[in-house]
Design a protein around this ligand. Structure first.
Ligand code: FE2
Ligand code: FE2
Length: 193
């Protein structure tokens, strides 16, 4: 039996997904470090929305399979690079500058850990849909995983955009250029694998 809060929670999760989709459409071009990070957030929102769409009913099998492959590629390969950018390049440089930023960095890191099992579930559900795209329970499992992930991601992305990314302005041009270099190096390692 569903608990009394289930419907409310589900509505809140669906709303988080809607917000992610609408914000994802407004991602700016990556012209500088903050622009690049915001563009990554745009893609996170986009691929969570794509996962939810692949999990919803309808659509040709071939399109559902393609959507699942794109979702898996993004969350297996690209998202970990963004997390590394934040934890290995931003965090050590921003730490100790302001109490509010330190608190946000702590929350950010904790949230990254919380996302792990939800991402694992999304990937398992997506592979399962690919194996049998016409199977409604498999599609529903993927849709639910995407909605749950959206509910966790949206406050996380919002916190980074509200407190952490604006603090990058404190670092100066040289540090920003170093971070961009580190980001490029991470992506080159991936391309050369
Ligand atoms: Fe993050
Ligand atoms: Fe982020």
């Amino acid at each position: 039996m569903k608990s009394p809060g289930t419907n409310t929670r589900r509505k809140a999760n669906e709303r988080a997904l809607e917000i992610m989709i609408s914000l994802g459409r407004r991602a700016p071009a990556p012209t500088d470090l903050v622009g690049h990070l915001l563009a990554c957030h745009g893609r996170i929102r986009e691929f969570v929305a794509l996962a939810a769409k692949a999990g919803a009913t309808g659509g040709r099998d071939v399109e559902v399979v393609e959507a699942c492959l794109a979702v898996e590629r993004y969350f297996e390969r690209a998202l970990p690079l963004h997390v590394e950018d934040e934890e290995q390049s931003l965090l050590p440089r921003l730490q100790g500058r302001a109490a509010e930023v330190d608190e946000a960095l702590r929350t950010m890191t904790e949230q990254h850990r919380v996302h792990g099992p939800l991402l694992d579930e999304l990937l398992v559900a997506s592979r399962s849909v690919r194996a049998s795209p016409g199977d409604p329970p498999r599609r529903e499992r993927l849709r639910v995983a995407a909605v749950q992930l959206a509910a966790e991601f949206e406050p996380h992305l919002a916190l980074e955009e509200r407190i952490i990314f604006p603090a990058i302005g404190l670092l100066g041009a040289e540090a920003e250029a170093q971070i961009r270099g580190e980001q490029r190096a991470r992506r080159e390692v991936l391309l050369n694998r």
